[in-house]
Design a protein around this ligand. Structure first.
Ligand code: EPU
Length: 338
């Protein structure tokens, strides 16, 4: 099938922040061959868009936006209590989670309701409520943007870290993810209830022996109660990463804020929730023009309607400066700024 490149297209429907910028050229691709054809159109630069849930547009885009709409979900192998599932990069992540829960396949339920597409998931190694993509990941298929060749990446080759992978670093812009293979359990599911809120939500619902569906529903309930729905209020989830610092930094903060929350890391350092730091600096629920820090989770910046990307970025700069001045910690953005 031939591809159709459109010109001067509003990106408003294609980014969850709801920023109204234009792309000079735009194409939706449904197959690997179409992806190769799009790459060879000669228009540059190229930006591949998944769900648009981790990007803040601050200006019009001059090159070609390729909307990755490669969509399939199939079981490719079953053995012992495992099923390997291949999913096209264009599938909505939560659609894959729902499909897995419906088919009694375990491993994705803690990552319910994360916005974005399957193809974007490995780029920042998405995670929530004690589970990350890397915990179920087998491999992925990606196309080299320069040559159009397809290659496979193993778990090791993806070099996953906390909201991090090789696709955010050494290979940034060099590959387009086409499909992702995950390994799910068909029975004897390994449930992960370690994250406090999940256990609490389940016991409040009187569920003592939860299954994967119960966990998925609990996670959806928690997320809906804390995080704004992009269909109602534009946002990209966590705007910043939770900073990792030395113990000395934490101990310093403890002198003035004895109840600062923190999570120990394997290397002896600690992670401090960015939402807490931002809240302490007085930003939580504060509105600045058409943007602000969300009242129920300070780490999420929102578009109340009509905000420009510049406005949101400026607010994030102010927050970074304020946290830096108060705590001596430099917050890093999780969202990509374009
Ligand atoms: N907190 C505050 N004030 C706030 C928000 C949080 O004090 O406004 C403190 C609380 O003490 C709370 C702690 O921060 O106990 C942790 O908060 P929460 O459980 O909401 O998680 P988080 O660390 O803020 C991370 C991920 C989320 C993910 C949740 C649950 C990052 C950057 N964010 O947030 O991921 O859903 O854990 O696993 O790691 C995303 O990446 O877009 C995202 C939403």
């Amino acid at each position: 099938m031939a591809i159709t490149i459109q010109h001067t297209v509003s990106l408003l429907p294609y980014n969850t922040f709801g920023i109204d910028v234009k792309a000079a050229h735009f194409v939706s691709v449904q197959t690997e061959d179409d992806m190769r054809t799009a790459l060879r159109s000669g228009i540059s630069p190229v930006l591949v868009l998944g769900g648009g849930s981790n990007i803040l547009f601050t200006r019009d885009v001059t090159g070609l936006i390729i909307k990755n709409d490669i969509s399939h979900i199939r079981v490719v192998r079953e053995f012992k209590n495992r099923a390997w599932v291949d999913t096209g990069a264009g599938v909505q992540w939560h659609a894959l989670v729902t499909w897995a829960v419906e088919n009694n396949l375990g491993g994705l339920e803690n990552m319910s309701l994360i916005p974005g597409t399957v193809g974007a998931a490995p780029v920042q190694n998405i995670g929530a409520y004690g589970v990350e993509l890397k915990d179920v990941f087998v491999s992925l298929k990606a196309m080299n943007t320069a040559t159009g060749q397809i290659r496979s990446f193993s778990l090791k080759e993806c070099a996953f870290g906390y909201r991090d992978s090789v696709f955010k670093r050494e290979l940034k812009g060099k590959y387009i993810i086409l499909s992702v293979r995950v390994s799910l359990t068909t029975h004897r599911h390994k449930l992960n209830l370690s994250y406090g809120d999940i256990g609490k939500t389940l016991s409040e619902a009187g569920i003592n022996q939860p299954g994967i569906r119960d966990i998925s529903e609990a996670v959806c309930q928690i997320r809906r109660s804390k995080l704004p729905d992009p269909a109602e209020i534009g946002n990209c989830g966590s705007f910043f990463k939770n900073p990792e610092t030395d113990l000395t930094v934490l101990n310093n903060i403890r002198k003035t804020h004895p109840d600062v929350p923190s999570y120990p890391l394997p290397d002896g350092r600690v992670k401090i929730p960015a939402g807490w730091l931002i809240e302490q600096c007085g930003w939580k629920g504060k509105r600045v023009g058409n943007t602000g820090s969300y009242a129920r989770q300070a780490l999420v910046l929102v578009n109340y309607g009509g905000a420009t990307g510049e406005e949101v970025k400026n607010l994030s700069d102010q927050i970074i400066t304020s946290v830096q001045n108060t705590f001596g910690i430099t917050l890093e953005r999780e969202v990509n700024i374009m």
